[in-house]
Design a binder for this molecule. Sequence first.
Ligand code: GLN
Length: 305
Amino acid sequence: MEELLERLLEECRPYTAQGKLADYIPELAKGDISDLGIYVVRSDGKHYHAGSYKKNFTIQSVVKPILLLLTLMDNGVDYVRSKIGVEATGKPFDAINVTDQRLLSDHLNPMVNMGAIAMCTLVKGADYQERFHRLLELTRLLAGNPEIEVDEAVYLSEKRTGHKNRALAFLLKSSGMIEDDVEQVLDCYFRACSIKVSCKDLANIGYVLANRGKMPQTDQRIFPSQYAHYVNAILMTCGMYDGSGDFAVKVGVPAKSGVGGGIMAIVPTRMGIGIFSPALDSKGNSLAGIQVLERLSHKMYLSIF
Ligand code: GLN
């Protein structure tokens, strides 16, 4: 397996030169475009890795499924579903999902920024600092890594420049979908996106979703299997934004990408996969990362279809 991963990385490495680092968050433009790493956690307890799998990067939108899990754990499916829709948007991550009609909860999606910003308000906590801390703690727990922290430089960089997200948050506020102070809600969202992880962390978190809420080895249940079904279904239809259909055809498993270059892929009952390669395609998805997953899926019959 390790040999297979090494070979796939070598085959896909040229694709890193075809992508672009995200530069709309200035700090992300400082990354190394040639990085490519993978980590796989399997249901038989075996771990495999290749390339820059140890390197840390910011989780960015891969935090959205964790945020969704926390809102489900705090409120249950019915309440979350009443506040945030689940329809595939076919739109980019920062889409302004409104027409001239009134903005409704069904226009939101947990995997698109507007929905994710709204989800921060559904997390329980006395203030947004506590809400964020609970999200960080859940991330650490799922990853089995108590050392996960925030990348302060990326956090400050996005907080300084994230005006489109501010616009989205004010739109939510003007539609009555955010009651709290917009800047505090956004602070929680920006911190969430700046959580620093490695491929290993993403593979471990993905594995708990693949294992329907139970931790590897101990089989300790962290959340009900119903929440894994909910999150994985949304990832299948929207996890790769307006590239989700193509990804479903080519790879065929639930996955979530982030503009930091991470992809977390979930092979239900079989494995969690973490990928890092910050060279992005035009949709903000890791270009070489998708190539690696496509090849791995063919070799190991991973597609659920
Ligand atoms: N922090 C990023 C943003 O909100 C996350 C986007 C992403 O990873 N696709 O713009």
